[in-house]
Design a protein. Structure first.
Length: 322
């Protein structure tokens, strides 16, 4: 056999082997692959696309690609250019060779987030054909959502007291700083209160820290229910709380704080089925001034709180006195 003939046969065999290898790769690909003609009619899908879309190839053959992909990215006149235009419209940095995110609609109507890349596969001189590699990104999306949730939770924990779920000291001081700025900028009135649970150490020493925690959690609920949505209540120490009443004068603050004291007095803090504690609080407050630093306002409210305790506890006191 002539050498040229042998080489020709060998070349053909290599081409056949390469074709078989390519087919095996496509058939066993994890990514879904779909081939369409220039009219965007489906001419081939691999098994991964069948699994992803829940359609068998016989149900997809000769269907428009818009049957499973968003209709807005399909243009029967010029499929790849219309996709490019759509991607460029929606993704500023998109390129022809990059994957872009869309949704695939399955046979059962489920919308699956996917990445898609479209490219031309037609040999020169033959009818135009295009292939789309479609990647299922549900797991990646799920992990991204979990990551964002974790970040959000960590940020929240950084500003929240874990036991009472109220703003912690750091968060409360930030709120106080903003309240002082609003008083200064908008010439509004606001009041700062500092609250202490009476004889809390005795509760912990007598009944244990579990009961002390129960008191803290329940009293936090009482505070929240006694205040408006725009008011701020935070835990700034062991048994100490801070309260900011925006758009409130001294007379209005007295009414709010008396209501809080009375609500705590009436509440039964159940330790067990038929055993409960009666708890009281002491409260000191001061009017917020526009040129104060948060520490100065807290100091004045603390002076008022000390006076309330000196007056026998279970009462409110302002400083300066009104």
């Amino acid at each position: 056999m002539p050498l040229e003939t042998k080489r020709g046969i060998s070349g053909e065999m290599n081409e056949i082997q390469t074709l078989k290898t390519s087919q095996e790769i496509v058939v066993n690909s994890i990514d879904a692959i779909v081939v369409v003609d220039e009219d965007t009619k489906i001419s081939y899908v691999n098994p991964a696309l069948e699994r992803l879309s829940e359609y068998e190839f016989r149900n997809l053959k000769n269907k428009q690609l818009s049957f499973i992909l968003p209709r807005e990215i399909i243009n029967a006149q010029s499929f790849p250019s219309s996709v490019d235009r759509f991607l460029l419209t929606h993704k500023e940095e998109s390129t022809k060779d990059s994957f872009q995110e869309f949704e695939l609609e399955t046979k059962t109507g489920q919308k699956i987030p996917i990445e898609i890349r479209v490219f031309q596969i037609s040999p020169d001189g033959e009818k135009l054909q295009f292939a789309a590699i479609i990647r299922d990104i549900r797991e990646r999306k799920r992990m991204e959502e979990e990551r964002q949730l974790l970040i959000s939770s960590l940020k929240k924990l950084a500003y929240m007291d874990e036991l009472t779920l109220l703003p912690n000291r750091r968060s409360f001081y930030d709120s106080l700083q903003k309240s002082i700025a609003i008083v200064k900028r908008r010439k509004r009135e606001a009041v700062l209160g500092v609250i202490d649970i009476d004889h809390f150490k005795q509760i912990n020493d007598t009944y244990g820290h579990d009961v002390g925690d129960l008191v803290l959690k329940n009293i936090s609920i009482i505070f929240n229910e006694s205040l408006r949505e725009e008011d701020t209540i935070g835990r700034v120490g062991g048994e100490e709380f801070g309260c900011i009443l925006p758009d409130t004068n001294v007379e209005g603050a007295k009414i709010v704080f008396e209501r809080m004291l009375e609500s705590v007095r009436r509440h039964r803090f159940f330790v067990m089925d038929n055993f409960y504690l009666n708890v009281t609080i002491s409260l000191g407050f001061t009017k917020i001034h526009p040129n104060q630093e948060p520490e100065e306002a807290i100091k004045l409210a603390d002076i008022a709180l000390y006076q309330a305790k000196s007056n026998g506890r279970d009462c409110i006191q302002s400083y300066p006195e009104t």
